[in-house]
Design a protein around this ligand. Sequence first.
Ligand SMILES: NC(=O)c1ccc[n+]([C@@H]2O[C@H](COP(=O)([O-])OP(=O)(O)OC[C@H]3O[C@@H](n4cnc5c(N)ncnc54)[C@H](OP(=O)(O)O)[C@@H]3O)[C@@H](O)[C@H]2O)c1
Length: 338
Amino acid sequence: MSNETKLRWGILGAARINQQLMPAIVEAHNSELVAIASRRSGAAAETLVKYAPEQQNVQIYDDPNALLDNPDIQAVYNPLSNHEHAEWTLRAIKKGKHVLCEKPMALTVADIEAIEAAASEHNVTVMEGFMYRYHPQHARVKAIIDSGLIGKVRSVRACFSFMMQPARMYRLADDIDHGGGAMWDIGCYAIHAARLPFFDELPLSVTAMAKYTKTGADISSSGIMDFGDGRYAQFDFSFERARRAEYEVIGTLGGLKCHNVWAKQAETPVISWWTEDGKGEQERLPVANHFGLEVEHFSDCALNGKPTGLPLADAKNNCRIIVAALQSAAQGQRKQLS
Ligand SMILES: NC(=O)c1ccc[n+]([C@@H]2O[C@H](COP(=O)([O-])OP(=O)(O)OC[C@H]3O[C@@H](n4cnc5c(N)ncnc54)[C@H](OP(=O)(O)O)[C@@H]3O)[C@@H](O)[C@H]2O)c1
C-alpha cells in the first residue's frame, strides 16, 4: 500500500469533456488537481474558472509539453482530439506519468501496442477512459447473468444514437483516418458495450455497413460481431436518430435490458429482466457518477500498483474490431478477425 493518499493530476487540454472530468478529479478523495494546459491562450484558465471555480493553486500552462515536464505531476488526463490521443499519451508515459486517456485510446492497434510497451518500460498505469464501465448498474447486470437467471448469453444488442446538434457537427469535419465520424466518437462505446462482459474475447468476424458524409466521416452505422456457435453481438449508432443508449442481452432462459447505458449523475439507472417461466422485474438502482468512480478507481490503481478494470488488452481488442468494422463497411465485406 502506498503512503501517498492523493494522486497529483494534470489535464492536457481545455476540452469540453472537462465539464465532467475536472469536478470528478477535484472531488475524488484520492486525487488532487495540480495543473491544466491548453495551446489556446486563456482557454485553460477559463476552463478552470468554469468547472472548478473553488480550486486554488492550480498551475496553468500554454504548452502541454511544459505540463509534462513538471515532476510534481504524477498522472495526466488526456482529453485531446481523437487523432492526438496516442501521440500525447506516449509523450506523457515517457515523462513517467500515469495516463487516463479518453476513448478511443488510439486509431490503430500498432499505436496501442507502442503505448503498452512504453507503459511497461516506465512502470506506469494507463487506461482508456470508458467511464460508463464504472457505473454500478453494469456490475448489477453482471451479477444477474452470473446468477444464471437468464441462462447462457447467446446474443447482445447495443445502441447509441442521438440527433447531433449543428454546433457539434465539427466532429464530422475530419475523415475517419483522422479520427472524425461517429465510429470513433460513439461507435467505440456501442462496440465496447456489446462485448463486455458478455463476450470478453475477439470475435471471429465483424460485418458492418455505414452512411458517410461528403467529408468521408461515417454518420450512421450498424454491424454484427460473430463470437462463434451462434453467439452474435449487434451494434448500432448514429448522429441522426432519436436518442437511444441501451443494451439488451438474450440468454437461453431469458433476457435483460440496461435502459440508459450512459446514465448521468442525476438519472435513475433502470435495468429490466425477464425469464421464460414468467418471472420479471424492473429494477431502479441508486444514482451514481461514473466519472467520479472512474477517477477514484484510476487513482487507486496508479497509487497502489493495482491492475485497472480496463486493461490495455481490452483497448487493443476494441480497436481491432473498430478497424475491421470500418473496413467491412467501406469494402462491403465481412472481415475475419481470428
Ligand atoms: N467520456 C465521455 O463521456 C466523453 C464525452 C465527450 C467526449 N469524449 C472524448 O473526449 C475527448 C475530447 O472531446 P471534447 O468534445 O471534449 O473535445 P473538444 O472540446 O473538441 O476538445 C478537444 C481538444 O481540442 C482542442 N480544442 C477545443 N476547442 C477548440 C477550439 N474551439 N479550437 C481549436 N481547438 C480546440 C483542445 O486542446 P487545447 O486546449 O490544447 O487547444 C481540446 O483539448 C475526445 O477524445 C472524445 O472522444 C468523452
